[in-house]
Design a protein around this ligand. Structure first.
Ligand SMILES: NC(=O)c1ccc[n+]([C@@H]2O[C@H](COP(=O)([O-])OP(=O)(O)OC[C@H]3O[C@@H](n4cnc5c(N)ncnc54)[C@H](OP(=O)(O)O)[C@@H]3O)[C@@H](O)[C@H]2O)c1
Length: 248
């Protein structure tokens, strides 16, 4: 992999931290942000709540203003919210998921647009949930479906940048602790697929998942800018066909 300058959101844990760690290990310059600090050595970072739209521009400026370009931006920060019937999900919880998973990414993209310097590739971390519509995934699924459209819409406004929304597959991060240990599998049967996959190759840890994401970056650029891509479509067509019958 060529040395890159990368900006990643959500670098304090999970996939974002693993992406940063992997890129740093191969000599890239990596810039990150999340509310908690990451202890990754070599990561240039700011602590920042991406939904604090008043503070965000100054935090991004202090982090990135010395750069003359970014090769890669990964909009990875996200929250799951509760697995719950949509009609029982309180409006404030639904709005908070949308705030982090959708509107905060608009705020970052708007800042990058004003920044005006070249950006090679933007990857927005989406989810299979954005199109599956499984019972209980309401707030999260809506926010990730919105993110897919955000990628498509910003493709018009960043004509020199390749943008994609990427479902990274299931990953054994903190999100899985809730999905596999606490959420109600009787009420929400789609949880069973995750529980069956945990501890198997079908659910890699964050470092393996990060390697996979980084390995598909060139292939994403072969698709039209703005596309939604599920990583299983590229790396594991059998799993993809099983997950999305009729789409393979
Ligand atoms: N795990 C999976 O199976 C899976 C599958 C499909 C898609 N994804 C997506 O992958 C991405 C990473 O998730 P993960 O599994 O790695 O979960 P994670 O370990 O919970 O990581 C989420 C990251 O987002 C950051 N974040 C959350 N809210 C934020 C806010 N308001 N401001 C700034 N940063 C914020 C968190 O940092 P702080 O808490 O320190 O702010 C953390 O670094 C998410 O977009 C998720 O939807 C995950």
């Amino acid at each position: 992999m060529q040395p890159t300058t990368a900006f990643i959101t959500g670098t304090s844990s999970g996939l974002g931290q693993a992406l940063a760690e992997t890129l740093l290990a191969s000599g890239n310059r990596v810039y990150g942000c999340s509310r908690r600090a990451s202890d990754l050595s070599g990561l240039r970072q700011v602590q920042c709540d991406l939904t604090d739209y008043t503070a965000l521009p100054a935090r991004l400026a202090s982090l990135l203003s010395d750069l003359d370009r970014l090769d890669l931006v990964v909009l990875n920060a996200g929250i799951l919210g509760r697995i719950e019937a949509l009609h029982r999900l309180p409006m404030d919880e639904a709005k908070q998921i949308m705030e982090v998973n959708l509107w905060a990414n608009k705020a970052v993209m708007d800042w990058l647009h004003d920044w005006g310097r070249p950006i090679g590739q933007v990857v927005m971390i989406s989810s299979g949930a954005s199109i599956l519509g499984n019972k209980g995934w309401g707030g999260y699924a809506l926010s990730k479906a919105g993110l897919n459209m955000l990628a498509k819409l910003y493709a018009h406004e960043f004509p020199e940048t390749h943008i994609s929304a990427l479902a990274p597959g299931i990953i054994d991060t903190g999100m899985m602790d809730y999905l596999c240990e606490q959420a109600d599998v009787e009420a929400f049967p789609a949880l069973q697929r995750l529980r069956d996959a945990r501890g198997t190759e079908a659910m890699p840890g964050p470092n393996r998942a990060a390697e996979k994401v980084l390995s598909v970056l060139p292939r994403l650029c072969e698709m039209p800018s703005g596309s939604f891509v599920d990583i299983r479509q590229l790396l594991d067509p059998k799993a993809y066909a099983k997950l999305y019958p009729g789409r393979a």
